[in-house]
Write a protein that binds this ligand. Structure first.
Ligand SMILES: CC(C)(COP(=O)(O)OP(=O)(O)OC[C@H]1O[C@@H](n2cnc3c(N)ncnc32)[C@H](O)[C@@H]1OP(=O)(O)O)[C@@H](O)C(=O)NCCC(=O)NCCS
Length: 172
């Protein structure tokens, strides 16, 4: 595979990122417009950073996250689930590793791993957190191979939502 060109993501990229997210997750973009609004909001959060991987001039993968802070939806949901000591150690100005996705046409060729490593190389936070679905073995393998550990198993952020792992990684 030709080496992908990595470029920082900006607000102009939200629509393309959303469409690739839907393709990678196998969900119809037209029924997930609410996710586009959430992503657009994320792009304006403090400490936001994103990278797009381009192959033949097309977005083939992306990663993004931001600095986790009190008052953010995800932060508050995870704080409610964590025992106080875990929350004290892990939450607060962590890097929230929010989305990583690669076009299925390019899976298994190292692009996801490279995007993961590239975004974390540039962060100043001491810790990073993410959630991954319990049945997403491909992503779990990627994270476990890169130093993430499972902090909370089989939790839901919303009542009717999927079962998740909350994973953490020390940076630097
Ligand atoms: C998860 C995802 C980003 C991985 O992207 P990718 O480009 O295929 O990843 P890589 O080729 O760099 O592989 C990374 C790791 O995945 C694992 N992996 C690769 N192919 C695999 C396979 N066929 N089965 C299981 N795990 C596999 C390996 O652990 C690999 O680690 P290595 O780099 O040490 O070999 C991609 O599958 C995707 O977009 N999935 C849908 C979106 C998603 O689930 N995102 C994560 C949300 S938390």
């Amino acid at each position: 595979m030709e080496k992908a060109r990595f470029e920082p993501l900006g607000e102009r990229d939200v629509e393309a990122v959303f469409r690739l997210w839907a393709r990678a997750h196998g969900v119809p973009a037209e029924r997930m417009r609410q996710r586009l609004e959430i992503m657009a909001r994320h792009f304006g959060y403090p400490g936001f950073a994103g990278l797009g991987a381009y192959l033949d001039g097309r977005l083939a993968g992306f990663v993004y996250g931001f600095t986790g802070m009190p008052g953010q939806w995800w932060y508050e949901r995870v704080r409610a689930l964590m025992p106080p000591e875990m929350a004290r150690v892990w939450l607060g100005r962590h890097f929230e590793f929010t989305e990583l996705a690669v076009d299925p046409a390019y899976w298994g060729r190292g692009l996801g791993g490279r995007l993961h490593d590239a975004i974390l190389e540039r962060r100043g936070e001491p810790r990073a957190l993410l959630t991954v679905n319990i049945d997403n073995e491909r992503a779990q393998a990627l994270y476990q191979g890169r130093g993430w550990t499972c902090l909370l198993e089989d939790v839901r952020l919303v009542e009717a939502g999927p079962l998740l792992w909350v994973m953490g990684k020390r940076l630097g």
